[in-house]
Design a protein. Structure first.
Length: 162
């Protein structure tokens, strides 16, 4: 099957290659260098088609540059889900409430933790549930520790000699 029709094809490097004969395209297809989905364009044509969809190809005129490459779909780059900032604040305040701020860190940690869990529940794309729970636990622990200290101080003050 010899003819003088030449074709451009899109190589594995996504660049126009050729012009080559139909026999060369068949050889490339058999060797696996191109696939039936490989885009080809007859010299002088203005569009690209998959080689597997072509049954008969019209004759071409003079040699010319290949048509513009078909547009590639933009690659989708998935963004990681955002972390709820209130969850981070809750954890930081809870830890500070345990060690140095007492109720001034523990109560805001509890409030921020509950608000963060609510926001995460209402916005499935948000992360930070574990941070919010950690903030709640440390906030409640700090509040409980503060209550234990206050009760101990009251008992100690009542047991002072008079």
């Amino acid at each position: 099957m010899s003819n003088n029709i030449l074709y451009y094809y899109i190589s594995r490097e996504h660049k126009a290659a050729g012009p080559v004969s139909l026999e060369t395209l068949e050889t490339l297809l058999k060797s696996g260098d191109i696939s039936p989905q490989t885009q080809i364009a007859e010299v002088g044509a203005s569009n690209w088609v998959a080689i597997g969809t072509v049954s008969t190809l019209p004759a071409s005129g003079t040699l010319s540059a290949p048509p513009p490459l078909p547009q590639q779909a933009p690659a989708f780059v998935a963004q990681p889900p955002a972390t709820e900032s209130l969850a981070i604040a809750s954890l930081v305040l809870g830890i500070l409430g345990l060690f140095c701020l007492s109720i001034f860190g523990s109560i805001p940690a509890i409030v921020c933790g509950h608000m963060a869990l609510s926001n995460i529940k209402n916005n499935p794309g948000r992360q930070g549930r574990g941070l919010a729970i950690g903030g709640l636990c440390s906030g409640y622990a700090g509040l409980l520790w503060t209550l234990v200290i206050v009760v101990w101080m009251v008992v100690a003050m009542n047991n002072l000699p008079k």
